[in-house]
Design a protein around this ligand. Structure first.
Ligand SMILES: Cc1cc2nc3c(=O)[nH]c(=O)nc-3n(C[C@H](O)[C@H](O)[C@H](O)COP(=O)(O)O)c2cc1C
Length: 173
């Protein structure tokens, strides 16, 4: 099995991170992987907002928790870094583009021993005033919708791979 397949088959969502910063060059490589994802018509009209400042990460989590009536413990699993992947809200394939970029980010991170998990809660509430104000503060383009976020960090142990569903493939002869 080659290294790419190893990464794909072993990557797991990680939801418990060590309090250890991710060095900038490592984070830059992870973001680069996102930028090299496929995008519809090669538009690449996504934006990657990269946060490492813990106060800013947790302030965004708090704003989402308040908006969605979630408990105070909502914290994106306290990652070392958070990448918001956004695309223009009028882009027909914006969400698909964000998803491709996020999967590249997850795989690149895993290959660099960095754990990750998709954080989804922002997608449907970007234009609520309190959330948009927060996104403005962070420099997310005003006409963008955040398709998903990647919480990233070093981790101690990876969980066992979840069994993959059967019956999801049809081989047509
Ligand atoms: C569109 C999408 C949204 C997701 N949202 C969340 C989320 O908000 N929080 C979370 O902990 N995991 C989230 N996940 C991660 C899935 O729960 C996870 O990928 C799935 O359980 C399979 O586990 P694995 O990633 O370890 O293979 C999301 C995954 C996808 C693709």
């Amino acid at each position: 099995m080659n290294a790419t397949m190893e990464t794909i088959l072993h990557r797991r969502s990680i939801r418990s991170f060590l309090e250890k910063p991710i060095p900038k060059p490592v984070l830059e490589e992870i973001v680069l992987a996102g930028q090299y994802a496929p995008s519809a018509m090669n538009r690449q009209n996504w934006h990657f907002t990269v946060l490492q400042n813990q106060e800013k990460i947790q302030s965004l989590a708090k704003a989402i928790a308040i908006e969605l009536g979630m408990g105070e413990e909502y914290c994106f699993y306290r990652p070392a870094a958070l990448i918001l992947v956004s695309a223009p809200k009028d882009s027909h394939n914006g969400l698909a583009d964000c998803a491709c970029a996020l999967e590249n980010i997850f795989l690149a991170a895993w290959s660099l021993d960095v754990g990750s998990v998709w954080i989804n809660q922002l997608k449907d509430i970007c234009d609520r005033p309190a959330i948009r104000a927060k996104l403005d503060e962070l420099g997310v383009p005003a006409d963008h919708l955040v398709g998903g976020m990647a919480a990233l960090g070093y981790f101690e142990t990876a969980p066992e791979a979840k069994p993959r569903a059967e019956g999801t493939v049809t081989w047509v002869e």
